[in-house]
Design a protein around this ligand. Sequence first.
Ligand code: ADP
Ligand code: ZN
Length: 524
Amino acid sequence: APPAYTPTLESARQVLKQYYGYDSFRPMQEEIISSILSGRDTVVLMPTGGGKSVCFQVPAVISEGVCVVVSPLIALMKDQVEALKANGIAAAGINSSIGQSEQNNIGAACMSGHLKLLYVSPEKLLSPGFLQFLQRLKISMFAIDEAHCISSWGHDFRPEYTQLRLLREQFPQVPIIALTATADRLTQRDIQQQLRLSEPQVFTASFDRPNLNLIVRPGQDRVGGILEFLDRHPDQPGIIYCLSRKQCETLSQKLVAKGYRAGHYHAGMTPNQRSAVQEGFLKDDLQVIIATIAFGMGIDKSNVRWVIHYNLPKNIEGYYQEIGRAGRDGTDATALLFYSFADVMSLREMLTKDNPNLTQLNLTKLERMQQFAEAASCRRKILLNYFGETLATDCGNCDICRNPPTTFDGTLIAQKALSAVVRMRERASIGLLIDVLRGMRNQAVLSGGYDQIKTYGAGADLPYLDWYSYVHQMLNDGLLYIAYEEGYALKITELGKEVLQGQRQLPLKQFKPAEKAEKTTRAS
Ligand code: ADP
Ligand code: ZN
């Protein structure tokens, strides 16, 4: 019989040692486990590789009853269940791919109170009769993995996840633990609201990954650039992300032809082909994986030394998650992004066709991604600002920090824009703000009465595209943010107020006229 534990931190430490072989918890894990053991709803925002699983698995082992884990990907679920079993913890997974008799066995193990963790896909959880089945069990807690899938603001929305509110309705006494590696403001809000969490304790680990060297390069001669990169990183395992399956295959062939141990991975391959490639990479038989974004969710390979983006990602959330697969062991790793405006154009076209309801949101996010790639300020600061975190000093480990572009004192320009943002009561989108600064007399300006504010026309000396660049630099620097949920209104941050009040200067990168012809679009 398994040893009887008491749900205390002391036994949590024992379990960590006994089943996982680790001597101590990482800084936040202990607080999270305390919160869970006290029976509170708990939200865990922690980057990939931070150690989220331990946070609910350990309390599950020492609590009475079974912990029901909702997990969106069958492959991920299998890996986790296998890993738990290998550690000697009673776990099982139920999803559409298992047969009835196996399901019956698992059901019996649940009823006997023997099972500590039961992984289910959201589809299975919501299938007829399943919640009634759960009603007959003693459930210690629900753990919602990849909880960002509940939010349509996120990059990985899964409609089934929105039904998870049923858990709170039907199991009001059972605490819910939501875990994700996506921390943006709106996703957080959605998770709490939609899961009906009651006064949850929220734990946010820093998303900073100081060991990742961030580099953006112009997208000319990408293959040449990649070969040169591989030459400088001999035998180091890494992932190249491409937008299309075809690109994956072509690039993979080119690298193999050059003698590299490379393989491709995308959703168009059979499960067997895919797991063979994944295995090869995990075992270091393959040095390079060329993949679409289908690859990597739940990949636990700590020695990935680099991630290359062959194309611009659709948004910063996705980019951040993908580069986060490099350097999980904490030692130096590189994230290299190839950027061309042509990528922006094709992504725009793709997003416009994708989901009509979300087009504007997706285009706005793409715009931020583009501005990240074109940025003139510390790239890590931009990423962290995007996730609502601030970095006191420039990072020193990105291409911009190493080789800073020339800037001028943009404080006055920033003050004009910030002042207009405030005077427009933080309701203006970027386009409207610029129109007001430039003294335009269009419908939106006049109907809002914005021709009456003091900063109206204060920036008439600068062309639209210069303003466009400066406002995005201000977003990247964390002086402003976009409230997507309020008509894309620009809001001022604490840092922005400091600049507005003259307590802080703002360097800006000159907008180069040469870029104008190519990168012109008038945002509506
Ligand atoms: P996440 O789910 O946040 O991506 P995981 O739970 O997969 O992260 O953990 C990442 C890695 O860190 C795993 O190999 C895990 O075993 C290891 N790990 C987790 N907690 C600890 C700890 N307290 N001490 C040492 N290693 C840990
Ligand atoms: Zn930097």
